[in-house]
Design a protein around this ligand. Structure first.
Ligand SMILES: [Fe+2]
Length: 231
């Protein structure tokens, strides 16, 4: 099952309307980045994040929270200034590739079929390909491409394992999951922050890098990742 999921996941932009949306966004990003990672560029990135969020009305504020959690973990791990900048951009853009996924799948309220899930998985590849057009963002790509890899090698798109998964992707994986499980969805209530921390601990070493989970828990207790983050 796990291996099958990585087999034949479909081609990037395999729907005409997806291809169109993806190339439009690629052009917009390239134009905004042409003069460097300045204010205009950051504003464009934030606008794009808002566009992605509007495609899934149930996750309002997700991108901002994933960015806050990611930066708290990065500080706790004492990442370099450069890594922190790349982490911030990758956290904001981690689901950029959802622009290439149909609304029908993104907004489905039930569990996805295997085919739908395979299509959804392509968002990591779509996102990475979009950023590939932009010179300034080469070091942001690993966070976008690999944020669904798992520490034990069972994730996607490549089944990378352990510390072979780039650090910014290992961080975003924890931040993204923490937000997903603490957010209410139409079909289930979000967990409390304390229960979610217990879940992260249980998945340390299998789904997540144990050092990153430790860093999250340190940030959680020391600098107050608390209920103010919740919508
Ligand atoms: Fe994702």
């Amino acid at each position: 099952m796990r291996t099958n999921l990585r087999k034949n996941p479909g081609q990037p932009g395999d729907l005409p309307e997806s291809r169109e949306r993806l190339s439009g966004v690629a052009a917009m990003l390239a134009e905004a980045a042409a003069s460097g990672l300045n204010e205009t560029f950051h504003a464009t990135v934030h606008d794009l994040a808002d566009t992605i969020e509007r495609k899934d009305p149930y996750t309002g504020g997700h991108t901002k929270r994933v960015m806050s959690y990611s930066l708290a973990i990065g500080r706790s791990l004492a990442l370099s200034d450069m890594d922190m900048i790349n982490l911030k951009l990758a956290a904001i853009l981690h689901d950029l590739g959802k622009i290439g996924i149909s609304d029908e799948i993104l907004q489905k309220n039930e569990e996805l079929s295997l085919d739908e899930f395979r299509h959804m998985m392509m968002h990591t590849t779509y996102g990475a390909e979009l950023l590939n057009h932009i010179n300034h963002l080469k070091d942001v790509i690993p966070g976008v491409r690999y944020h669904h890899e798992k520490y034990d090698g069972s994730g996607y798109p490549e089944g990378l394992k352990g510390k072979g998964i780039p650090i910014i992707a290992r961080i975003i994986a924890v931040a993204d999951t923490f937000d997903a499980i603490t957010t209410d969805r139409p079909y289930r209530k979000g967990l409390s922050f304390d229960s979610a921390c217990r879940e992260l601990k249980e998945s340390a070493g299998s789904q997540f890098d144990p050092d990153v989970v430790d860093a999250f828990l340190t940030a959680y207790s020391a600098i107050g990742i608390n209920s103010t983050y919740k919508r």
